[in-house]
Design a protein around this ligand. Sequence first.
Ligand code: NAI
Length: 294
Amino acid sequence: MTVNFSNVGVIGAGAMGRGIAQIAAQAGSQVLLLDSFEGAAARGREALLAQWQKLHEKGKLDAAERDALGARVQAVDSVQALAGCDLVIEAIVEDLEVKRQLFRELEAAVSASATLATNTSSLSVTAIATVLKQPGRMAGFHFFNPVPLMKVVEVVAGFKTEPEVCTRLAGYAAQMGHSAVQANDTPGFIVNHAGRGYGTEALRIASEGVADFATIDRILKDQAGFRLGPFELLDLTGLDVSHPVMESIYRQYYEEPRYRPSPIAAQRVAAGALGRKTGAGFYRYPEGNQESVP
Ligand code: NAI
């Protein structure tokens, strides 16, 4: 099988970029990983090697496959190093101006035929693409955390995205073992539009003192079949990522009350209690265990 994109650049070596780099390499692409924070791309690559080593130890990957995957991922330190990529997927901080600036530089570095994609959760693909000379080549390619396990990806058509770009990305998603859903460029696309409601309502229930976080999570898992409760999910994602997404969707819907972000979340952001990554959020995580906060 020929892979749809043989040279893939991934910008941002955080939670999402690493996961995307992993499944891109597993699809058979050569992957270049870039991050503006010094050493982050190299650390991202090391984490992938450790991941594949673990799979090897579990008997899920033979030694030759493990080595081949490792050889397919390289860390690079400039946008110019992505010049030969036929697809670049951006997974950096959720900030419109920072993303726009990156896409400006990126378009100047890559060839005219390269496809560009953003993993944004909530920003307008159309608004990011306005800085491009060829906005038709850009689409949203929105994965979920953790990327290798969450097998769905939204392919988002901006106002000027060429249909062919979405078709190719959807085909590539299938090669990555993921299933693509097509979404139009609206705030939150499909998943964050439908799913956010549960998060914001859960925050409201907690702030009104109706029930504590753990009870709300338990009910939604036991009775509604959720794999993670809303507060567990917020802790997994990190409020530094989630809260700005909630603010962005609220603003884009002209302050529609259904999407109003919660002061409880804002307070935790201010306190640096972001979730698993800081050891505490709605729950505490001493040595990786989950304990409910009273
Ligand atoms: P993260 O904070 O784990 O990683 C972001 C990485 O981007 C960091 O390593 C940072 O150093 C790097 N970065 C920041 N500005 C950069 C720049 N100008 N050039 C190169 N690298 C830069 O964030 P995460 O969670 O991986 O999210 C990344 C994107 O994916 C955001 O747009 C977010 O909204 C989206 N997203 C996040 C999901 C999640 O559950 N965490 C789910 C789906 C989408």
